[in-house]
Design a protein around this ligand. Structure first.
Ligand code: GLY
Length: 390
């Protein structure tokens, strides 16, 4: 299937480009990169995490409760299976998913439990209907909800950083992990999980953003009475700057919350955070610099992971839209992002077994700068699979 952006862009669409995306070719590429990865990491109960700019092999990570990226590789394997429908691909996805089982016996370390469990077991259940997976997700949703502070109205994202920030902290990334709560409430779990997810989304909408729709990475609340204290950054350039991946999490998160609630205020907010992101992209380009306000643009590294997350979110947002022009605009932008990510500039090709190059994990910390990162690959294949669906 080859889709041309130009023919999908309806009248009034403000994002126009004639990039082409051959989705079957890109999914076949992902499959061959997965085969390379599996050969490289076989006989090793660890998960691929990143490949530094100067290296060609995966750095793998131990599967521990504090390894927030542990669920992405199993999730990639499930999306690959969704595309190929090959039983052998399902078997390998099952194997890597089951490696996470020890995590499901532990109390919540932080909000990333949602990434760890829903990307892996969530996709496993979606594609196989295996009852044991369902039970694990239901249990883990309850575990995640233990971090909820009703005074603040949000989940405590990083219990370990309460002293550092001087209070209850909620990061924008946490929006993604509400999906597991919505899912559990709908699939036999505690109905209060729905209320917690909605309240978290509402509170974050109120306190976690500036007037223009740009997010703070971290919103800090008083631990005792829950009042909002201030917004700061952790992985962005400055407290008031637009950290690219943070804004991507917001786009993805509010799109998902609108899907789950049907409440138009979340749709309007998803549009707001998206429109800001799109308006700040470099002219004619679809992969942002790691922070839209980084001081040395155009010499700053890019963040392909932000583009992959946003592309996947916008494919969904374009489907949910009640406005035809906005729907076309978001779909066009998503295809342009995927086309750019699928170019020689961003694909790892034969050089490395990852799908993508040029992501930035934690610039202020000096880690994962201009690297291949496993979650960029996860959202890239998710977006390709979403795009291929009728
Ligand atoms: N959740 C951490 C990040 O986006 O880097």
């Amino acid at each position: 299937m080859i889709f041309s952006v130009a023919i999908l862009c309806l009248a009034g669409c403000s994002v126009k480009q004639s990039n082409q995306l051959d989705v079957d070719r890109e999914l076949n590429y992902c499959r061959s990169q997965i085969e390379r990865t599996l050969k490289e990491i076989s006989a090793d109960n660890r998960m691929p995490k990143n490949i530094a700019d100067s290296l060609t092999r995966w750095k793998t990570a131990d599967i521990t409760i504090s390894e927030w990226t542990a669920g992405f590789f199993p999730g990639i394997l499930w999306y690959n299976y969704e595309n190929t429908q090959s039983p052998a691909d399902a078997d390998i996805a099952r194997y890597y998913t089951d490696l996470l089982e020890p995590l499901t016996k532990l109390p919540a370390y932080d909000h990333d439990l949602g990434f760890q469990i829903f990307c892996s077991y969530g996709n496993a259940y979606r594609l196989t209907g295996n009852e044991a997976d369902k039970q694990i997700i239901l249990n883990e949703a309850d575990t995640l909800a233990t971090l909820y502070n009703p005074k603040a109205g949000t989940i405590l994202s990083w219990p370990r950083n309460v002293d550092l920030y001087g209070g209850h902290n909620t990061i924008i990334d946490n929006m993604i992990n509400l999906e597991m709560l919505f899912w559990a409430a709908k699939n036999g779990g505690n109905k209060k999980l729905y209320d917690i997810a909605v309240k978290h989304a509402e509170t974050t909408m109120k306190n976690g953003f500036r007037e223009d729709g740009g997010c703070y990475h971290v919103a800090i609340y008083d631990t005792i009475d829950g009042h909002f204290i201030k917004g700061v950054t952790h992985q962005g350039y400055a407290d008031s700057s637009l950290w690219a991946r943070g804004q991507s999490w917001a786009i993805y998160g509010y799109t998902m919350v609108y899907r789950e609630t049907g409440d138009k205020k979340f749709l309007r907010f998803a549009e707001k955070v998206t429109d800001l992101y799109l308006s700040r992209l470099p002219e004619g380009e679809y992969v942002p610099y790691w922070d839209f306000d980084a001081p040395n643009i155009p010499e700053e590294p890019r963040d392909a992971s932000a583009a992959a997350i946003t592309a996947s979110a916008l494919l969904e947002l374009s489907q949910l839209e009640d406005n035809r022009e906005k729907s076309a605009k978001y779909q066009t932008a998503a295809i342009n992002m995927l086309a750019e990510l699928s170019s020689d500039k961003y694909q790892s090709g034969t050089a490395k077994p990852s799908f993508l190059l040029h992501s930035t994990g934690h610039y202020p910390n000096g880690s994962e700068i201009d690297a291949s990162i496993i979650y960029a690959d996860y959202y890239y294949i998710e977006a390709l699979v979403r795009y291929k669906q009728p």
